[in-house]
Design a protein around this ligand. Structure first.
Ligand SMILES: [Zn+2]
Length: 49
């Protein structure tokens, strides 16, 4: 399965691993870290934010 990539140089989407010689970035960044999520809930419980 091809994943969309993002060229940070020309700010455009591409399927290529590289764009004009520069590595492209994943256009699908990881979802938030579940550990952070639970940490956020803990902070909410603790500080009531
Ligand atoms: Zn580009």
């Amino acid at each position: 399965m091809m994943k969309m990539r993002f060229c940070n140089v020309c700010q455009s989407y591409t399927l290529s691993e590289t764009h004009h010689g520069e590595n492209t970035l994943s256009a699908h960044p990881a979802h938030f870290n579940p550990n952070d999520w639970y940490g956020l809930q803990r902070r909410k419980a603790k500080y009531g934010v």
